[in-house]
Design a protein around this ligand. Structure first.
Ligand code: ATP
Ligand code: MG
Length: 261
């Protein structure tokens, strides 16, 4: 399974979800690759020292090196590997837009022989540009984090339209794995309203697991590791573990993705 974590809205919990879903699956014994396509490189920094990153996904998508040569083992978790990003990733949009195979580069990269991964998690930037399109074309599933806040659903129409366009032609097997409510604050009326609204729009697609707003998750990036290492007894760790279980259940029950690569 290849899961793209996507929402073009900024700051909704994509990177936090990518880091912790990948770490959780690795903890469960799955050989997992976290592919960082976010120019902010936070997924990378949570797993390896940025100073050690030389060649990265930018070079891979430009075609100058192969995926295998940028993959590094996470220093935070066993079974977890990272395909790092560097800040220069933003320039990649410009490059990809001038290439005839611009939207298909990541899929072609995954089609090349490389070691086996049980799960691939892709963190994407907050745009619907070609980097995100590459993730959606290469993925078997897309997971959409939605922040529990005012205007939570703003922009989801555009995202769903993009997914539909990609499903129509470039990647007919792409499935929406689910919608994850993030930064939920049980105490507020607003959160409950937003919850009802998201459920009305997405119905069964909404994961039963919700990620509540927590200081532990908020500070987790500063500790350069996952919530499982940083605060294993926290609610955030329990919730992201719950998400892993639900993801595996859903993938298992609609197992017609692009196979295990
Ligand atoms: P971008 O669109 O900029 O890439 P993103 O969608 O990847 O953002 P994150 O970086 O995961 O979002 O989260 C945005 C901010 O919210 C970060 O500072 C993160 O630490 C914080 N955050 C994420 N999840 C939670 C949570 N459940 N509770 C509290 N803070 C959170
Ligand atoms: Mg991010």
């Amino acid at each position: 399974m290849i899961i793209a974590i996507t929402n073009q809205k900024g700051g909704v919990g994509k990177t936090t979800t990518a880091i912790n879903l990948a770490a959780g699956l690795a903890t469960k014994g799955m050989t997992t690759l976290l592919v960082d396509l976010d120019p902010q490189a936070n997924s990378t920094m949570s797993n390896i020292d940025l100073a050690d990153v030389n060649e990265n996904m930018f070079d891979v998508l430009q075609g100058s090196v192969n995926l295998e040569s940028v993959i590094a083992p996470s220093t935070a978790h066993e079974n977890l590997w990272i395909a790092p990003a560097r800040i220069a990733m933003a320039k990649l949009e410009v490059f990809l837009s001038s290439e005839i195979d611009g939207p298909y580069r990541l899929r072609d990269v995954f089609d090349q022989p490389t070691r086996h991964f049980d799960a691939v998690i892709i963190d994407t930037p907050p745009t619907l540009g070609l980097i995100t399109v590459n993730a959606l074309v290469a993925a078997s599933h897309v997971l959409i984090p939605i922040q529990s806040s005012y205007f939570a659903l703003e922009g989801t129409d555009d995202l769903l339209e993009t997914i539909d366009k990609i499903k129509a032609r470039a990647n007919t097997e792409l499935q929406i794995l689910g919608v994850l409510i993030t930064m939920f604050d049980r105490r507020t009326v607003l959160a409950r309203q937003v919850f009802a609204e998201i459920n009305e729009v997405f119905g069964d697609l909404v994961f039963d697991t919700m990620i509540t707003k927590s200081v532990r998750l908020e500070e987790s990036p500063a500790h350069r590791t996952s919530i499982f290492e940083h605060a294993p007894a926290s609610s955030g760790a329990a919730e992201y573990y719950g998400l892993c279980e639900e993801v595996l259940q859903r993938v298992g029950s609609n197992n017609n993705g692009r196979g295990e690569d």
